[in-house]
Design a protein around this ligand. Structure first.
Ligand code: AMP
Length: 355
């Protein structure tokens, strides 16, 4: 167990790091961030911040030498960067990142644990793509194997005719059949070094253009009927990785059961509601798990939860939300540029009202 005043290093400088840092500060830790130069909104919640590239091994070593534990908030931290950090400082173990950074490895790993995935095929050329479309059919999605997030690196293919006009993007991809789902949901768990696992309730999630925009509880009867099966897969994944920290698995709720989409070895946008809505937030429990503190309860404190992302230009008028009824909880991330499709903040509404 780390002592009060110990230092947690966070790799990545985005809003997840900012909210994780705020939870760590509350528990009396010091926080140092590390991310390549840019609009690193985590830096204002850190005691110190290294704005250095992932290839700068001397800077990474200097950062690590100041930390008692190092974690990440960003899934695409290159594994080579993690090699510059002593392994005993890292939590979770980097093997989880190695799998989650590669859509093929990720699907195979979770399939081996019993999950169902959408039909998929590896695409390394125009010929592979044509073969995959023929075998799997349309509609489907072509996705880069690496570096995709929030719908980036994805191309939706509506028909065989449309597929003929699509060229291989030059990076390893997979082609996936489009899943006919009723809704999407995520399983978020925390696991400590002793193997204790706690789950937060699963929200029903809505995405637009591949990006999460809305999460609600209750999630509805279909999700509720599928959560146990999805949790068993998530627990098996955490155990197989000997995972320590918060782990997220995303699923499609279909008429024939949960279909695994992807995993994130980190805190997740669909868990932002836990700050106000759960006994302990995903951010705090991640910090507790990686520092060896007792885990907090993950129970939901309200009958109804509604979390909506604030995207792009919406941020400019976000303070108006504070005048709305129901005591909305507004979070703005302090990003300088409100680009279209950029997550600028979120608002969580909680209530015990019937309706
Ligand atoms: P991903 O980056 O793989 O999580 O994809 C982002 C979002 O795109 C998902 O949350 C879904 O809303 C949608 N999506 C991705 N893959 C599929 C699929 N095979 N079938 C249907 N929708 C998908």
């Amino acid at each position: 167990m780390l002592e009060p005043g110990s230092t947690i290093g966070i790799l990545g400088g985005g809003q997840l790091g900012r909210m994780m840092a705020m939870a760590a500060l509350q528990l009396g830790f010091r926080v140092i961030g590390y991310a390549p130069p840019g609009d690193n909104v985590a830096s204002s919640a850190c005691d110190d911040f290294f704005a250095n590239g992932w290839g700068e091994t001397n800077a990474l070593a200097a950062f690590a030498s100041k930390c008692d534990r190092v974690t990440w908030e960003f899934e695409n931290v290159p594994l080579s960067a993690l090699e510059a950090i002593p392994e005993n400082l890292l939590a979770p173990h980097p093997r989880a990142l190695g799998i989650a950074q590669d859509r093929l490895k990720e699907k195979r790993f979770v399939e081996d644990l019993g999950a169902t995935c959408a039909p998929y095929g590896r695409v390394d050329s125009d010929e592979d793509f044509a073969r995959a479309v023929e075998r799997i059919g349309t509609p489907g999605i072509l996705k880069t194997v690496r570096d995709g997030y929030d719908g980036k690196g994805q191309w939706r293919i509506a028909s065989a005719q449309e597929a003929q006009g699509v060229r291989f993007p030059g990076r390893p991809c997979i082609y996936e059949g489009m899943v006919e789902f009723e809704t999407e949901f995520s399983v978020i768990l925390v696991r400590d070094a002793g193997g204790e696992v706690r789950f937060w309730d699963s929200t029903a999630n809505t995405h637009e253009g591949g990006m999460l925009v809305h999460s609600v509880l209750p999630a509805g009867s279909l999700v509720e009927a599928q959560v146990d099966e999805a949790r068993a897969i998530a627990r098996a994944t955490a155990e197989a990785l000997n995972y320590v920290g918060v782990l997220t698995l995303e699923f499609f709720a279909t008429r024939s059961g949960p279909v695994f989409n992807e995993m994130a070895p980190r805190v997740h946008n669909s868990g932002h509601w836990t700050i106000e809505g759960a006994a302990t937030s995903q951010f705090e429990n991640h910090v507790r798990a990686i520092t060896g503190l007792p885990l907090g309860g993950a129970g939901t404190r309200f009958a109804r939860i509604d979390m909506r992302n604030i995207v792009g230009e919406e941020a400019g008028s976000a303070y108006r939300i504070l005048a709305e009824e129901g005591e909305p909880h507004l979070h703005l991330y302090g990003k300088k540029e409100a680009r279209a499709g950029r997550k600028m903040g979120h608002v969580t509404r909680v209530s015990n009202d019937a309706s």
